[in-house]
Design a protein around this ligand. Sequence first.
Ligand code: NI
Length: 138
Amino acid sequence: MPPEGVVRTGISLPKKLLDRLDELRQSLGIESRSKAIQEAINTFISEKIWLLGKEEAVVAGSVTIFYTHGKGDVERKLVELQHFFLDLIRSTTHVHVTEEKCMEVILVVGSVKKLRDLVSYIETLKAVEEVRTSLHIV
Ligand code: NI
């Protein structure tokens, strides 16, 4: 029997994903898979919870974009996007990480609806490898 308040569940995972989790878990000294999976779920929830906010709810935070420099006219598209969402964007910082890779951090304050639109658009860009949000409902 699991301890009170704990539910046992079975999940299916691709072997490669489980191997990566185990490698990371061991290097971090996390003793059990359950603990590592709990931590992963907590991180997922804290990153995505803002998406459950009402469309008009205000969120504040950052959108971090990792992308390939010069691919698919990405720099121009990101600038156009930021001019379009002018009322949402407070600040942008660009870092040339390597000759090929760039990172852009956009600080935002605005509605859940507009943030969803902004993030969805960024995710459609072919040059974009990863988009990470750290957004909090105000
Ligand atoms: Ni750059």
